[in-house]
Each structure stands twice: as C-alpha cells, then as structure tokens.
Design a protein. Structure first.
Length: 209
C-alpha cells in the first residue's frame, strides 16, 4: 500500500501532537519541580535528549522510505527536523539563561575552553542553517548548493552524541548507545558516501595520467 496525501497529513498531525505533548510534559515538570535535585541540569538533559532523539528520527526517515518504497514518507522529514532544531534551541537557551545568565563574554570563553561546548555549538549552527534553508524558495535559490549544505547534517549526527557523551559526568552507557545508533545510521548510507569517494579518486587518476 502506498502512502497517500491523507496518510501524510495524519502522520504530520501525529508528529505535532506528540511533539507538543512533550512540550506540555516539560512545562508540567518545570511547574511541579519534577526535573530532579538539579532542575537546571534536568532541563538541559530533557531538551538535549529531545533534540538528539528527533534528529535521529529525522535521519531514519530516508532509510525507512527506501526500504519500504514509500517515497511520500520523505515529506514528514522536514517537520521532524524543525522540531529537532526547536529542542536544540531550547537546550541552548536554557544554558545561556540559567547557567551563564546572558553573559556573552563568558559564553565565548566557555565555548573556546570546553570542547564539548564547541562541538555542541557547531551542531546547533548546522541545525540552524538547515532550518533556515528548509523552505522551497531557498532550495530553488541555492540550487545544487542546497544539497551540499544539507549534507552537513551528517556532521551534526556525529557531533551531537559526542557532545552528549562528553557533557555527562557519569552514566556513559546511554550516550555510548546514541553514538552507536549514529554510526549505524551513517553505515546505512554507505552507498551515498561511496559515490562521493570514487569521484575524488577518478579525478586523481585523470590528473596523474
């Protein structure tokens, strides 16, 4: 059975409902002080994991669509990707406001002195650019450069779980699982990466001859 526009509509509706449900859950946890002994860390952990989970789900869409031959499923990828940036934005905002108190000078020094913050900032910047250029108008304006830019999502997919791994002080099993999932998602795209490599090799051979 092929997915119809109606199926896609209801899938998007489900994505919005579930995502807003998690937003409501977060608000409830904040109001009821249910984020643990350290609510600032709890908020950072909740939003960071939400951003990482939605990024992973976004990257799962293409393999699933190809395996089940459901090209229409790609249409829900943008919605999930936007929620990934939404959670990443909340994650960054909570750090800037609650941890650093909007001290912009301190933000710069923290990023420079702490590698896990640096790679987190890179991941956020990539998601920001992908969100900014996700509309059809900019896709047309950028042309082939749009696909090149959106391939940087693979960098964010690698850096985000590493950022999580480096940021935790204990309990590294869960971050390690996320790193493993990211590696698996990249492995599923080995044909894509393989297409990039021969082109470079071919150019070198032509130059050598």
């Amino acid at each position: 059975m092929r997915l119809t526009p109606n199926h896609i509509f209801y899938l998007k509706l489900a994505i919005h409902t579930i995502s807003l449900g998690f937003v409501g859950l977060l608000v409830g946890l904040v109001i009821t002080e249910g984020l643990g002994a350290d609510p600032v860390q709890g908020l950072s952990h909740f939003t960071g994991k939400a951003a990482l989970n939605t990024l992973i789900i976004t990257m799962l869409i293409s393999p699933i669509a190809k395996h089940f031959k459901q090209a229409a499923l790609i249409k829900v990828r943008r919605v999930i990707g936007l929620y990934s940036f939404f959670w990443a934005g909340l994650h960054l905002l909570s750090y800037i406001t609650l941890d650093l108190g909007f001290d912009w000078g301190l933000i710069g020094s923290e990023i420079v002195s702490r590698p896990y913050l640096a790679i987190g900032a890179i991941s956020w910047a990539i998601l920001f650019l992908l969100t900014l250029t996700s509309n059809q108008y900019l896709q047309r304006q950028l042309g082939k450069r749009w696909q090149t830019l959106h391939n940087t999502v693979y960098i964010a997919l690698v850096l985000s779980p590493i950022h999580y791994y480096w940021s935790v002080k204990s309990g590294i099993i869960e971050p390690a699982i996320y790193i493993g999932i990211s590696i698996l998602l990249l492995a599923l795209r080995w044909k894509t990466f393989k297409r990039w490599l021969p082109q470079t090799a071919t150019r070198k051979n032509v130059t050598a001859n």
